[in-house]
Write a protein that binds this ligand. Structure first.
Ligand SMILES: Nc1nc2c(c(=O)[nH]1)N[C@H]1C(S)=C(S)[C@@H](COP(=O)(O)OP(=O)(O)OC[C@H]3O[C@@H](n4cnc5c(=O)[nH]c(N)nc54)[C@H](O)[C@@H]3O)O[C@H]1N2
Ligand SMILES: Nc1nc2c(c(=O)[nH]1)N[C@H]1C(S)=C(S)[C@@H](COP(=O)(O)OP(=O)(O)OC[C@H]3O[C@@H](n4cnc5c(=O)[nH]c(N)nc54)[C@H](O)[C@@H]3O)O[C@H]1N2
Ligand code: SF4
Ligand SMILES: [Mo]
Length: 751
């Protein structure tokens, strides 16, 4: 009981309140409050891509509680701390309630009619003056698939601009590009249950213990595995490993290439599979010449014996799984690193079998949905802009002439921002993302947004650092207030349901899109008779038929009944239990010749190496309690109290050299700017020469100092390395920061 009281206090819960009964979550030891709901609504968690099944407890028209859905195959009733507190986001302070239009420099409340008229009027005026492509749109991985499908058609065909991308380019575009290059299509080939079947699991730059916590329960189920973790930082996940590889920042590509060389030199590869199902073996072999054990040891900082051991364990495993996330993707060499990972899986045939997969763990709840249906970097259904057949087919499905379908994709996210800096993008619509906190090298972004004629921001919260700069703010419903589907990292489609109505005059993104289509005069052509998300889902099922991401056998009724379904799922597919199929089990890939491509890759040092002025390497990332820019979690006291502010991790050797002490306030300075008054943590979690800063906190914004360097193939930012120096802050008293976004207004979580 004492422990319970302590946990409750720490979590901001009043344990004495008779309104609550308390239970300790069996997985995380987290105390959960179960208010007495009148009824429960099945849904899916709206944070990370694990896609846990949830039930929202409703009482008197409010969501008073959530609990894990015991029947959902992903989580079997478990939830992590963010999931357990997600309902507090619905009533958190700072929800956007009314459309706001800037008049005489101030945002003032207007009607929806005035808001949408202003948006269409201004967008069309800009497009008339500067051309259709002077309009840019930046979306997200956090809407439902039905909304992504609708938005894609609306932007590409209704608004008529190709310059449309999402925050997924800050996140998953590297994995998408890597999969397309190696296998001919996007789509993670494996399933979460592979974590239970694999005998060797290699996690590269993936801190699942903080960021995909429920996946850890899968890892724990598998007692027979050897877990290998490659991360420059001794994360909670690294602490779970049997073998920890403390790689130097951005040296993974050299490590994997050395492993590939060992696999080939020792003839540990599957010769039959390679001959029958891949192309490019000889070019790959030749490209590996520089990656001797000695050179790899020098680049990675790992002992040669450790590299050897890792290669042999992986190659000799019955089924080996490689999972990666942002430690790989957030790099100018990200796509090539994904290709090297795929090379390794292909040579050893650790793909398409139970336990065996090269698996991108993904990030946001529905990053997969926008990849499948979103019409940003591909035509819906993983169709290619460049393919005449694909364009003809989609035009036929949509009853349009093939000339309407763009023949190439427009600008990627960073290039839209560059376009605004250059004055080519003149109006921008940002929805479901908060770039003023999340985009690298923020000053460039501020400059870009300052250049625009008109900025629309559509968000569930206001003010946020981005809505504050808007000319028009559109208030959106969020998770808990809307219906549709999410796809998780293992291609599992789950139903999302509304438990309550949105606050004030906020509307679902879906409703906003249809209202805009009406005003643009394209509603009847693009969305004939549509009224609800189900209409979009039904069309998407037809459009996805026969594609890798085939939804055609699914229905809302079946999703509700079975909890979730993995694609591909054509009509007549077997029941959910037996539908956990893997891609490429037959050795046939989505390339023109059906063979997977073995691709040569080359390691180079990361841009902006440390130097005399900026001697430390800055790594940025996440913590379990917070979600990205904290619009959702910053107002939840249960989470905010656990992690109230940013910190900088520094190795004791560096701290001693700089004469810094634990809890000192420090300045973190790069060639682009500084982050002020961060609390110093002195810890061996980071190696000498490296520091780590979470990016969640706008008042100490890591992206004030990160660099504008992007992967040339995927356009993903190099968030994980830049050169900085650290100094003790001047000992002035702490001033409340102008932008200390909701740090002092945390509500929710306490009864
Ligand atoms: N709690 C929480 N969970 C989340 C999110 C959140 O905001 N909060 N966001 C979700 C989203 S959108 C995403 S994309 C995922 C991200 O999930 P992760 O990728 O796990 O998250 P990060 O903390 O960004 O980075 C992962 C790790 O990469 C390591 N790393 C840095 N440089 C290198 C390198 O050169 N090599 C290697 N091997 N590793 C390196 C970092 O030290 C860090 O531990 O999390 C999702 N889940
Ligand atoms: N330095 C550094 N920067 C990073 C990263 C890093 O590791 N280091 N990680 C990058 C990665 S992987 C990611 S994914 C990005 C994430 O960066 P962002 O996308 O900017 O982060 P979020 O806070 O998730 O922003 C989502 C926004 O959508 C709003 N919202 C929520 N639900 C809805 C809805 O249903 N409709 C609408 N219209 N709005 C909604 C939220 O209030 C919030 O403002 O950050 C990137 N930035
Ligand atoms: S692991 Fe991810 S999906 Fe599951 S409860 Fe936590 S945040 Fe939600
Ligand atoms: Mo992400």
């Amino acid at each position: 009981m004492k422990l319970l009281r302590w946990l409750a206090r720490r979590s901001g819960l009043d344990i004495r309140s008779p309104k609550y009964s308390y239970g300790v979550d069996p997985v995380l030891g987290f105390t959960s409050a179960r208010k007495h709901a009148e009824h429960w609504v099945n849904s899916t968690c709206g944070y990370c891509s694990v896609g846990c099944g949830m039930q929202l407890g409703v009482k008197d028209g409010r969501v008073v509680s959530v609990r894990g859905n015991p029947h959902h195959p992903v989580n079997l009733g478990k939830l992590c701390p963010k999931g357990l507190a997600e309902h507090y986001a619905i009533e958190a302070e700072g929800r956007a309630r009314y459309p706001l239009l800037r008049k005489n420099g101030r945002l003032v409340r207007v009607s929806w009619d005035e808001a949408l008229d202003a948006m269409v009027g201004r967008f069309r005026a800009v497009q008339r003056k500067y051309g259709p492509e002077s309009l840019g749109v930046i979306s997200t991985g956090q809407l439902v698939t039905e909304e992504f499908y609708t938005l894609g058609k609306l932007v590409q065909l209704g608004l008529g601009t190709r310059n449309y991308d999402g925050n997924t380019t800050l996140c998953m575009s590297t994995a998408v590009a890597g999969y397309k290059r190696s296998f001919g299509s996007d789509g993670p080939p494996g399933a979460y249950e592979d974590l239970e079947h694999a005998d060797v699991i290699l996690l590269i730059g993936a801190n699942v213990a903080e960021n995909h916590p429920i996946l850890c329960t899968r890892l724990e189920e598998n007692k027979a595995k050897t877990l290998i973790v490659a991360d420059p930082r001794v994360t909670k996940t690294a602490m779970m490993a049997d073998i920890y590889l403390p790689v130097k920042p951005r040296s993974d590509l050299a490590l994997i290439n050395a492993m590939l060389r060992i696999v080939i030199d020792e003839e540990l590869y599957d010769k039959e599979f390679v001959a029958a199902h891949t192309s490019g073996f000889e070019e790959l072999r030749a490209s590996l010449a520089p990656y001797t054990l000695d050179s790899a040891a020098q680049i990675t900082g790992l002992e040669t014996a450790l590299i050897c051991k890792t290669a042999l364990l992986y190659a000799n495993a019955k089924a080996a799984f490689i999972g990666w996330t942002m430690g790989v993707n957030h790099s100018t060499k990200g796509t090539e690193t994904v290709n090297a990972i795929n090379n390794l899986a292909l040579l050893t045939r650790h793909i398409g079998r139970p336990g065996a997969s090269p698996f991108s763990i993904t990030g946001q709840c529905n990053a997969m949905g926008t990849r499948e249906a979103g019409f940003t970097s591909a035509i819906p259904g993983y169709r290619k802009f460049e393919s005449r057949e694909d364009r003809k087919e989609i035009a036929r499905l949509w009853n349009l002439s093939p000339e309407c379908i763009p023949t190439r994709r427009g600008l990627a996210y960073p290039d839209i921002i560059e376009g605004a800096v250059a004055g080519k993008i003149r109006a921008l619509w940002i929805l479901g993302t908060n770039p003023l906190v999340s985009f690298p090298n923020i000053d460039v972004l501020k400059h870009a947004l300052g250049n625009l004629d008109f900025l629309v921001v559509q968000d569930g919260f206001h003010p946020t650092p981005t809505t504050e700069l808007a000319d028009l703010v559109l208030p959106a419903a969020i998770w808990g207030e809307k219906e549709g589907t999410y796809t998780n990292s293992e291609r599992r489609v789950s139903k999302v349901n509304a438990a309550v109505a949105p606050p004030g005059e906020a509307r679902t993104d879906f409703d906003i899109f249809l209202a805009l289509a009406g005003r643009l005069g394209c509603k009847d052509e693009l969305f004939p008779g549509w009224r609800e998300p189900r209409d979009a889902f039904d069309e998407w099922r037809r459009v996805s038929a026969g594609r890798l991401c085939d939804y055609s056998g699914m229905s809302y009724a079946e999703l509700e009944a079975s909890g979730s379904i993995q694609w591909p799922f054509p009509p007549g597919s077997r029941s959910r239990a037996s539908a956990t199929r893997r891609l490429y089990g037959d050795g046939h890939f989505a390339t023109e010749d059906g063979r997977a491509r073995l691709l040569p890759t080359q390691w180079v040092p990361f841009p902006e190496q440390p130097n005399a002025e900026f001697p430390l390497i800055l790594n940025t990332g996440r913590t379990v309690e917070h979600w990205h820019t904290r619009t959702k979690t910053g107002g939840i006291s249960i989470l905010q109290r656990m992690s109230p502010r940013a910190w900088l991790e520094m190795n004791p050797q560096d701290a001693a050299r700089l004469n810094l002490h634990a809890h000192d306030r420090v300045e973190v300075i790069s060639a682009r700017g500084r982050v002020s008054r961060v609390e110093l943590r002195i810890t061996g979690i980071v190696a000498p020469g490296q520091v780590f800063l979470p990016f969640h906190f706008v008042e100490t914004n890591a992206n004030q100092i990160t660099q504008s360097a992007f992967d040339p193939i995927s356009r993903e930012p190099n968030y994980k390395q830049c050169a900085v120096r650290v100094e003790r802050s001047p000992s002035s008293p702490v001033q409340p920061h102008r932008n200390s976004f909701r740090n002092h207004s945390a509500k929710g979580g306490s009864p």
